[in-house]
Structure formats: C-alpha cells, structure tokens
Design a protein around this ligand. Structure first.
Ligand SMILES: [Ca+2]
Ligand SMILES: [Ca+2]
Ligand SMILES: [Ca+2]
Ligand SMILES: [Ca+2]
Length: 273
C-alpha cells in the first residue's frame, strides 16, 4: 500500500546534496486538505474529515491488531485516529485530541510497548501564545491518555515537525522540534530532552533544554542522523523559504549550526543515508 497526502498541490521534488561525507535525500511534500489512500495503484479512497486543512499524518499500529493505523493532525481543530483494516482501507475517524495541530509523530515515548504520539499546537485552552507540545500515551487498544501537563514555552511558536531520537546519549528518547514561529516569535529549533522514570527509561515527559533561534525562520521540518559518523545524532532543519541548516551534536545534546544549504521551499524532509 502506498499512502501520501494528495490534492491539487501534490508534488514531489528530490534534491541531493553531499554533506559531511554523507549523501541525503530531501523529499519535499506539498500538503492539501484531504487524506488520500492509494491501494496498489487502484482507485484511491478519499476520507473526508470536515473543514480545514490536514497538516500532518503518521502511521503506527495503535490498537495492536496487526494493521497500521493512521493519525491525522488538522490545523483548525482536532487530531483524528483512523484504524486500519486488512484490505488497506481505514475505518471512519475518531477524534482523539481536541486541539488544532501543526505536526504529528508516532513513537513509544514511555517504553511500555504501546505506541504513543506527539503533536504541536498553539492551542486555545492552554496558552495560545505558547508553543505547546502534547504527548498522548497509547494504551495498546487504540485509546490514549491525555497528558496531565503539556511541555510548552512562550519562546517557541507553532511546533510543527518532530524527530524522536536519543540526542544526549542517555538511552532515553528525546525530541528535536522544528518551530515555525509566528508574530514576534521567531522560528526555532527546540530541543526537548526525555525525562528518566527513575529506572533508566523515559517516562513520556520532556524538558525543553534549548531553543535555537539564530538565523532561523519558518522552520518547517526536522530530521536526525549521525551525519559526521562520530556516534551522536545530528540535526537537519528545513526552513520554508530559507533553505536547510545542519546542526552538529557535541554528544551531550548541545547543537551548533555548521552549514547552510540552499534549496527550494517545501514541507517535509526525509533523510536517506
Ligand atoms: Ca491497527
Ligand atoms: Ca508508550
Ligand atoms: Ca536522551
Ligand atoms: Ca554526529
């Protein structure tokens, strides 16, 4: 099954650059307002989700029935779960989070074997001027626990893309977050370090340890990889209009901008090392 965001603006552009002995592939996706599932090149199924735009999707088997489910983040209201069927179709959607979002990513953040998800929002009900990072913990049956607290800051705005990785080498999943910015708040690269549950594993909460704003505007997408082969995860940040920035990790989760790459605007980075 091949699945992608689709609509009138569907387009892919591939750009290759050689950076620090690594070649990575940048895939730029233009989003639209529907989710379109194309099954083995047959006619696709269009799943309407009401008004507003789909900003981001991700996949995981949230109910652990062996079929991939889809989590859909919309900019104007909610996050939807669409459970996958054996034939590649999806059940009708159910709302699992009630705040508008700008980016979504599935991962097991608290190491209990059940897939969770994180999404970013400048959500009413918390603080609209804050960039809020919501982590919803999965129960393995397709249900989620709404976070009792939210990681956010008035220094970040519209957290839009997430890259889960162990950035400081302690074995616990952390988050690199591309923040788009709005108004007087600059776009940024935010670093959220995963908190220890006391047993050496992540507990599903995070602490904002850095918010890098220098020369960053409209951060749109982020990915991690060990680009210089020194054993730690580095960061590639894509900006909507100002190209790509490469950040080198010192091994302890502190990042320094080391290179800028010019490229055309797009939505998402996918690294192929
Ligand atoms: Ca499933
Ligand atoms: Ca989990
Ligand atoms: Ca870590
Ligand atoms: Ca590295």
């Amino acid at each position: 099954m091949f699945i992608e965001l689709s609509g009138m603006l569907k387009r892919r552009t591939f750009v290759s650059k050689k950076i620090a002995m690594c070649t990575f592939l940048i895939v730029l996706l233009f989003s639209a307002n529907q989710v379109f599932a194309e099954n083995y090149f047959k006619d696709g199924n269009v799943y309407g989700l009401g008004g507003g735009n789909v900003d981001s999707i991700d996949f995981a088997d949230f109910d652990e029935d062996g079929y991939m489910d889809m989590i859909v983040c919309k900019t104007n209201n909610s996050v939807y779960l669409m459970k996958g069927n054996s034939d590649g179709t999806f059940d009708s959607s159910e709302i699992v989070a009630s705040f508008s979002g700008r980016g979504i990513m599935a991962a097991d953040f608290n190491n209990d074997g059940h897939m969770d998800f994180v999404y970013g929002s400048n959500a009413a009900g918390y603080n609209e001027s804050y960039g809020n990072v919501f982590v919803y913990l999965g129960d393995g049956n397709g249900g989620f626990t709404r976070p009792s607290s939210v990681q956010g800051s008035s220094d970040i705005s519209f957290p839009k893309s997430f890259a889960p990785a162990d950035l400081n080498g302690d074995g616990i999943l952390d988050l690199a977050v591309a923040c788009y910015g709005s108004g007087s708040i600059s776009g940024s690269l935010a670093i959220f370090i995963g908190n220890d549950d006391g047993l050496g594993k992540g507990d599903g909460t995070f602490t904002l340890t850095a918010n890098i704003t220098d020369d960053i505007s409209y951060a749109q997408s982020v990915e991690t990889a060990d680009l210089d082969h020194d054993g730690d995860m580095d960061i590639v940040l894509h900006q909507y209009t100002d190209g790509i920035k490469i950040f080198e990790n010192d091994g302890a989760g502190t990042f320094t901008s080391v290179q800028d790459v010019n490229c055309k605007m797009g939505v998402e980075i996918i690294l192929v090392i």
